[in-house]
Write a protein that binds this ligand. Structure first.
Ligand code: AP5
Length: 217
């Protein structure tokens, strides 16, 4: 199986698509955002720092994210392919990612850029709801992802909550950072001939189909 990297703005559907691909192709979904949210729960100096950065929508320091991605990629379950979601966030991370991949003997695989309108992202950010028990992700603003009851998980009955960076103020910050940093990353992977694009404005199944067309090539 090819290794997959998603590049996309906040709430574009990286996590949603990565979960679908993980289940279908049995390769791990590695999300730096998820790893950092776990660290933010820890009662430590690092936990407090990460928690503060996450709620502001800024980026966590590169040395922390570089280390955590390398440690995760060293695990046995990555040997047959993996999906990277949320890394790299700037060109420096991209260059170090390529070095890590080389050191571990992996290929970059395919880099999938999810293109999407800002208005759609705003709607997805404010509508996202997550189950505190099983982590399932819903969206009260989307026909195909809405829970039957706004605050209850359809799968396990757990309570649904909103991430504390899922508000329009933090979103603006996350979105402008993305726009500011992404162009050199796109150029970098275009030059390596590994970049593919999909339309993220479409319903979930349609985005999955576009991704599968790329990974089956
Ligand atoms: P991270 O968790 O990576 O946040 P993000 O990039 O802002 O992405 P999201 O998780 O918000 O969205 P997503 O694209 O996964 O969308 P989802 O599938 O959930 O990072 C969080 C923070 O961690 C960063 O701000 C930063 O501080 C830090 N961080 C992370 N990586 C870092 C790094 N490398 N360096 C430094 N700092 C780092 O979908 C969104 C919603 O839309 C859901 O409700 C879903 O149900 C719905 N939806 C999805 N697809 C569709 C569709 N096709 N149609 C309708 N609804 C849909």
């Amino acid at each position: 199986m090819k290794n997959i990297m998603f590049i996309a703005p906040p709430a574009a559907g990286k996590g949603t698509q990565a979960e679908i691909i993980e289940e279908k192709y049995h390769i791990p979904h590695i999300s730096t955002g998820d790893i950092l949210r776990d660290i933010a729960e820890e009662h430590s100096e690092l936990g407090e720092y990460v928690s503060e950065v996450l709620s502001s929508g800024e980026l966590v320091k590169d040395d922390i994210t570089d280390q955590l991605i390398e440690n995760r990629l060293k695990k046995e379950d990555c040997k047959n392919g993996f999906i990277i979601d949320g890394f790299p966030r700037n060109i420096e991370q991209a260059i170090r990612y390529d070095q890590i991949i080389k050191r571990l003997g992996y290929d970059i695989g395919v880099v999938i850029l999810i293109n999407i309108d800002k208005k759609t992202l705003e709607k997805r950010v404010v509508g996202r709801r997550i189950c505190e028990n099983c982590d399932a992700v819903f969206n009260i603003n989307s026909e195909d992802s809405a829970p039957q009851i706004d605050s209850v998980c359809d799968i396990c009955g757990g309570r649904l909550y909103q991430r504390n960076d899922d508000n329009l103020e933090a979103f603006e910050n996350r979105y402008s950072l993305y726009i500011e940093k992404v162009t050199p990353i796109i150029e970098h992977y275009k030059n390596l001939n590994v970049l593919y694009e999909v339309d993220g404005n479409k319903p979930k199944e349609s985005v999955t189909k576009q991704i599968e067309d790329i990974i089956r090539r």
